[in-house]
Design a protein around this ligand. Structure first.
Ligand code: DON
Length: 607
């Protein structure tokens, strides 16, 4: 395969792309890309596409692409608009993983803009008075706020790949924030949702969030035109000055004050913000039939789980004749159950704990692991790649995982006019994150993606908190490539720990069940983690699937109102095919390839 990680960065120092460590904007150091032979790459005939959670954001991205912008440029423009119109899901106050595929070199790069725990955090981050804090109190607290990575990620990726002017990328969001945007049914629905109001503190009297979202103590109604001048100002300053406008100076002081003056304060300091770094990581890739699936490595879970699920599914299923969804459903469920068990046990921040990421998708390990399929009515225990691959048993290095995860995330899929692509999942963790609005954006509560209880059965848990550590993520921004290295698919979704299952569904649907992107998205969601198998019975065929899995002995939990938000692009011979999850408000829109320049006939001579 041609999209191998080619020792992208020669020096370790370059792996960490500093957000800004001075008060003046410093471009992030450029990764040293291996010299590429002059290849005769045919022109990309398929046009461009953006699939994301809101049509206004998609249009901002398409406009950038139509001007010849890179997929990375478009992703920044899309995400800046989403931070305004879909504030419940992501924004400047959160983090993201961005996969970038460069068609000319065949490389895939991963920009890790995951939030970090403040330097002063310890494994006891969520221990209070000797007790592990409950999920909700921890969730809605200053302790849960991680150092945001989104703005630093924008800059790091733009410095390397951007072809549009930096400031231009923020113009659509700034204009919309100043002029006002129409509140969508989903945002308005969330604000009016009494159950959500009772567990969040978005409407806390006197707070900036309450003034913005609940003026006069009433939720802003669907269809209201809402202006956010503070967000416009924050973006204008980032457009003019780069990350220092966010990570240093008065804005950084306001972020730190919001965290440290919380009733349940966090320990974030100005140094934490100033020192935030984006990590450039190799993707993790694994094979499924003739395809290669690449996703984000730890501290995210996509790179381990997506290739693992597909690799296990292939092995469990064998080579039965013909297409038969019901027959294959249990195989997929088993593959998920094994892969979830492994990721729950082993995946954490690799800069802090040893994570056997490559081993978990090693074909020799998968050859052994698929034979572990056990009693459908019981949870699958994790496997031991160390024992299987003769590196020494490692299962008891860690206590069983205690992480609980919660719907504030979004996914963006983009292919540009040159055939480069971006798959980016961004988050503030729960809907509206920590509920604290600073300068028109919400702070995340990502640190509850750590295991709040750092020990289990006397053993440390791999995903326990620590100063500077990144909490494990389920985000799975992914690419699929054909055996000739050409891009086949861009996919990803929000949805907490169900993201893994949601994204996997699109891989099975498109690659194995030969469905269109939209058909695959419309399939019922099936989440097979632990003892139960959640089946979205509110979707067409969901009841049939649930009944079938019950008959095979699984403990089925019927689920409705799933929170997937898949945005998928599939490269077909005759062009790009997109799909966007009808469970949310997104769209996939295409841009036709530019007309080839025609040679003008020579002017006729007068004589
Ligand atoms: O990084 C993660 O895995 C979670 N913070 C994602 C949360 C999420 O997707 C909520 N979704 N709708």
């Amino acid at each position: 395969m041609s999209m191998i990680w080619r020792n992208l960065v020669g020096s370790a120092a370059l792996l960490a792309l500093a957000a800004c460590n001075q008060s003046t904007p410093t471009p992030a150091p450029e990764p040293v890309l291996d010299a590429q032979p002059e290849l005769d790459i045919p022109a990309w005939p398929h046009g461009a596409m953006v699939a994301a959670a809101d049509p206004r954001a998609v249009q901002a991205g398409l406009d950038v692409l139509a001007e010849g912008g890179h997929a990375v440029d478009a992703a920044i423009a899309v995400h800046a608009v989403l931070g305004l119109v879909e504030p419940q899901s992501s924004g400047l106050g959160g983090g993201a993983f961005m996969l970038v595929y460069l068609r000319e070199s065949g490389e895939t790069l991963v920009y890790d803009g995951r939030e970090t725990a403040p330097a002063a955090a310890t494994s006891e981050l969520f221990i209070k008075d000797g007790e592990v804090m409950g999920f909700l109190p921890a969730w809605q607290s200053g302790r849960a706020v991680g150092v945001p990575g989104a703005v630093a990620l924008y800059k790091a990726a733009h410095d390397v790949h951007g072809s549009s002017e930096w400031a231009r990328l923020f113009a659509p969001a700034i204009e919309l924030a100043n002029e006002g945007f129409e509140v969508s049914p989903r945002l308005g629905g969330y604000l009016a949702n009494e159950r959500l109001r009772s567990v969040m503190r978005l409407d806390e009297p006197g707070s900036a969030a309450a003034a913005y979202f609940y003026p006069g103590d009433s939720p802003v109604a669907i269809g209201t035109k809402l202006q956010n001048p503070a967000y416009a100002e924050a973006l204008s300053e980032v457009a003019a000055l780069g990350p220092p406008a966010f990570y240093t100076g008065p804005r950084a002081q306001r972020i730190v004050a919001a965290v440290t003056e919380d009733a349940e304060p966090g320990a974030m300091t100005l140094d934490d913000l100033r020192d935030y770094t984006v990590e450039l990581r190799p993707p993790l890739c694994g094979d499924y039939r003739n395809y290669t699936i690449c996703s984000a490595p730890p501290p995210s879970s996509g790179g381990v789980t997506q290739p693992a699920i597909m690799g296990l599914y292939e092995r469990i299923k064998g080579v039965p004749a013909g297409l038969n969804q019901l027959r294959d459903l249990g195989h997929w469920v088993n593959a998920q159950r094994l892969a979830y068990a492994d990721r729950d046990h082993y995946v954490a921040d690799p800069d802090f704990v040893p994570v056997p990421a490559a081993d978990l998708i090693n074909p020799d390990y998968l050859d052994a692991r698929f034979q572990d399929v056990g009693d459908p009515a019981r949870a699958e225990p994790p496997g031991d790649p160390g024992a299987v691959l003769a590196r020494g048993p490692m299962i008891d290095l860690w206590g069983r995982d205690t992480t609980e995860e919660g719907g504030g995330t979004t996914h963006i899929s983009i292919v540009d006019l040159e055939g480069n692509a971006v798959s980016m999942t961004a988050t503030v963790e729960s809907p509206f994150g920590n509920s604290v609005l600073v300068d028109g954006f919400l702070l995340n509560n990502e640190l509850t993606d750590f295991a709040r209880d750092p020990m289990k059965n006397g053993l440390p848990v791999a995903n326990a908190p620590a100063g500077g550590k990144r909490p494990r993520s389920s985000m799975s921004p992914s690419f699929v490539f054909a055996s000739d290295g050409e891009l086949v698919m861009v996919t990803g979704s929000p949805g907490g720990n169900s993201i893994i299952a949601y994204v996997s569904k699109t891989l099975i649907g498109v690659l194995d069940w030969q469905m269109s992107a939209q058909e695959a998205i419309d399939l019922p969601n099936v989440i097979a983690r632990g003892e139960t198998v959640g089946v979205e019975t509110s979707a067409p065929d969901g009841e049939i699937w649930a009944e079938h899995l019950r008959s095979e002995g699984y403990q089925v939990t019927e689920r409705a109102g799933e929170n997937s938000g898949l945005n998928v692009i599939v490269v077909r011979e005759d062009g790009l095919e997109g799909g966007s999850d009808r469970r949310r408000e997104g769209v996939a829109l295409a841009l036709a390839p530019p007309e080839p320049e025609r040679e003008l006939p020579a002017p006729e001579s007068d004589n």
